[in-house]
Design a binder for this molecule. Sequence first.
Ligand SMILES: [Cu+2]
Length: 336
Amino acid sequence: MKPLFLAALLLLAATPLFAMAGQNREYWVAAEQVTWDYAPSGKNLMHPGQDMGPWGKRLRYPKYRYIGYTDASYSTPIPQPEWRGILGPELLGEVGDTLKVHFKNRTDRPLSMHPHGLRYDEDNDGADHRGAGASIAPGASFTYTWKIDEKAGPGPADPSSIVWLYHSHVDHVEDIYRGLIGTIVVTRKGMAISRDDPRPRDVDRSFTTLFMIFNEEHGAEGGLKHAMNGYIFGNMTGLEAVAGETVRWHLVALGSEEDLHTAHWHGETVLDRGHRTDVIELLPASMVSVTMIADNPGTWLYHCHVGDHMTAGMMTRWTVKPRPQPTVSPPGPPPN
Ligand SMILES: [Cu+2]
């Protein structure tokens, strides 16, 4: 082979690699103190006319949350879908990308951000009281650098996107109960919609739900909020798909030994890594991503199937809206 031809061939072969170089994706996230309401409607939406038992005696508690902002001024919060509830912003990336997460601690106690699954060095682990990012003081800021390498992306049996948890890891247990929880979704390399939109292109819609019992009153039953995204008794609203859509559900859980949850959809089934089911088992720090073809219009239950948890209100509904009918033009004269 002529050297010039060989060089041209090598250049050609290398071009897609340059074109597919990963993106740096920046996020601005503040930790803030809020008042959280486990049932904003004030009602038991699962059983109209019934109250919420001991769990409804008190609904509002002081909590901490991760809030996503548009830029470094931390002045314009990024709106979240209503169903997302207490979860912090969803951080998105494709394999090959790097996440730069500018964390600002606006609370009264040291906090951090620890990501599951992504590639970090000790400074960016956000845990274990070691490294620059382990404990960010009140008023201080830190930029976490997390690489989305191949090992952070979907495996051979996974769907085109998978979910990872992130949470504060200074006061390991209490930081999570305080509400400092969010999710990261990683799309398989080459499956992103575009350079600017790392969501998977084979999915029309995605939902993320956290199953966790928030322990508000150290064991008193009414203070054990059996919540989905921080809501009880049907107060997680806005889960709506349209018939014909491919829906990716990301399911996560946290908590303690009482947090064994079985997420169950009525109306549809899902594919879980090649296995067909309508129930997904979750334990503390489980992270599962499944795929549903929504084609059964209706409003359906979505709930934890553990008996005690149903009683305590770990239930809501979701909707498949009928597909809009294409407009049919009136019949004209037959073509010649
Ligand atoms: Cu449960």
